[in-house]
Ligand binder design. Structure first.
Ligand SMILES: *Cc1c(COP(=O)(O)O)cnc(C)c1O
Length: 487
């Protein structure tokens, strides 16, 4: 393994450039359509990037969910899938791989991450409970609230700052955690939830020390620790890179130690193992028995849990590959390269770089657009029009209204540009950086959005908006002036 655990190779020029330690053997053709066609596609999609068709998209940076590249060994493993309603050998291969990587014995397969959240919430949360956590994830919060629980976000003061050099912005604030038990009493806290590489605050990791401290407080209060391991590989990578004492540890040992502090671990394998599916693990027979029957009811039999056997085989291989430094570091290194490039151009972006993608601060990028005119949504639309790149709005469009019908303004207005594992090349990354920089130069031309059709539930998925002025036409005119016939 000598020298394979860092693919930032030194260049003679002195530049820090991440190099792909894989070769591309199956490829998909992409199209970059002319700007007038991209504009038409954006209009047809109601200025909502979720409603675009991928035939109109050049670089799809919406999400890493279900979009990571599979390895040759994953695809090959699918051919040995053993179709059986119960007792499939594919399941036992996956169970063994998950036990090895997470160090926990009982494995409950589910069709995706939110299905694990459904079962865990139904079994362990009762009316009036509170669930302290570093930060919520959209589906997690919904399931917990459906079962009568209240989410308490006890992140540190640093967590929501855009610019920071704190290496572990995903930490739980331990003093706030102690206060939760004092204020509510331990019987109201079914578990403390830790989310690896905290998704909604910019893919920010927590430290091993923080996990140890959380475990200690949970033990003192006789409650459980739940670990959302959907992005655990990247969190382990950041512990290795940023936390004293782990520089020579293997990703596998870091994962095992992280999981040793959890009573329950669950994950979306759409992220962690580059396939579709998910799972719950525990070492406790008692906890396993509490969840087992609901698994059969909601997901399917114990040996497939709603997944196809092909996906199960690919998960077995994918989870082992997550322990390989050169596989797990590819996305964080590209993100680091991109974030540093934007940051040094003066573009407001969440620092330090984390997992999942680049998170551009739309309020800093477009200070002239009030939050009520959805700056992150406008930035996502503008970037698509000028580049064919699809990002995701994570701001007030993704929020809700209060009971008087007023928007609840989001804590942060972000445009997320996701880097699924081993999907984009460096020149594609450079194209993205170039177009974002051009847009920043011309940011005064971008205006706000307003609703045309606003669904009452999860409006960001299906809602339709329109520009509040004719700003897209002005942006397009400037693009043509600068780029001529170029795409
Ligand atoms: C994606 C995700 C989930 C939900 O998983 P799905 O497979 O999309 O249902 C839960 N937690 C985190 C941290 C995630 O990133």
């Amino acid at each position: 393994m000598a020298n394979t655990n860092n693919n930032t190779i030194k260049f003679f020029s002195g530049e820090q450039i991440p190099v792909e330690l894989h070769k591309v053997r199956i490829v998909q053709k992409l199209f970059l359509k002319p700007i007038d066609e991209r504009m038409k596609a954006m209009e047809d999609a109601g200025y909502n990037t979720f409603l675009l068709n991928t035939k109109d998209i050049f670089l799809d940076m919406l999400t890493d969910s279900g979009t990571n590249a599979m390895s040759d060994n994953q695809v090959a493993s699918m051919l040995q899938a053993d179709d059986a309603y119960s007792g499939s050998q594919s399941f036992y291969r996956m169970e063994k791989a998950l036990q090895d990587v997470f160090g926990l014995h009982y494995v409950l397969p589910v069709h995706q991450g939110r299905a694990a959240e459904n079962i865990i919430s139904q079994v362990f949360i009762k009316e009036g409970d509170v669930i302290p956590m570093n930060y919520h994830f959209t589906t997690t919060k919904e399931h917990m609230e459906l079962n009568g629980g209240t989410v308490l976000e006890i992140y540190t003061d640093e967590a929501l700052k855009i610019k920071s050099s704190v290496p572990f912005k995903g930490n739980i604030d331990i003093e706030k955690l102690k206060d939760v038990f004092v204020k509510y009493g331990k019987e109201k806290v079914p578990f403390v939830r830790m989310e690896a590489s905290t998704n909604l605050i910019g893919g920010q990791p927590f430290s091993m020390q923080n996990m140890r401290d959380v475990k200690k407080i949970a033990d003192e209060n006789e409650t459980m620790v739940l670990l959302d391991a959907s992005l655990i590989g990247e969190n382990a990578y950041f512990i290795k890179k940023r936390e004293a004492g782990f520089q020579n540890a293997s990703i596998k040992d870091i994962l095992l130690e992280m999981c040793s502090y959890a009573d329950l671990v669950y994950f979306s394998s759409r992220k962690v193992s580059s396939t579709r599916g998910g799972g719950i693990l525990t070492n406790s027979n008692d906890l396993y028995m509490k969840m087992r029957d609901l698994l059969v009811l909601f997901e399917g039999f114990l040996t497939y849990g709603g997944m196809s056997v092909r996906e199960i085989e690919a998960m077995a291989v994918g989870i082992i590959e997550t322990c390989d430094d050169t596989i797990i570091n590819q996305s964080p290194l590209f993100i680091e390269y991109a974030v540093n490039s934007l940051d040094s151009a003066g573009i407001p972006v969440i620092t330090p770089s984390g997992a999942l993608g680049c998170h551009i601060d739309a309020m800093g990028f477009l200070p002239h657009i009030p939050q009520s005119d959805y700056p992150a949504g406008a930035l996502a639309a503008a970037l698509f029009i000028i580049s064919g790149i699809r990002g995701m709005e994570r701001g007030t469009v993704s929020s809700v209204r209060d009971k008087d019908g007023n928007d609840i303004l989001a804590d942060v207005e972000l445009l997320r540009l996701a880097f699924p594992r081993r999907v984009f090349t460096l020149s594609q990354t450079m194209f993205m950086l170039d177009r974002v920089k051009w847009l920043y130069e011309n940011r005064d031309l971008v205006g706000g959005l307003k609703w045309v059709e606003e669904p009452p539930l999860l409006r960001f998925f299906m809602g339709r908006l329109a520009p509040s002025t004719d700003w897209p036409q002005k942006l397009i005119a400037k693009f043509k002036e600068d780029f001529g016939d170029s795409l």
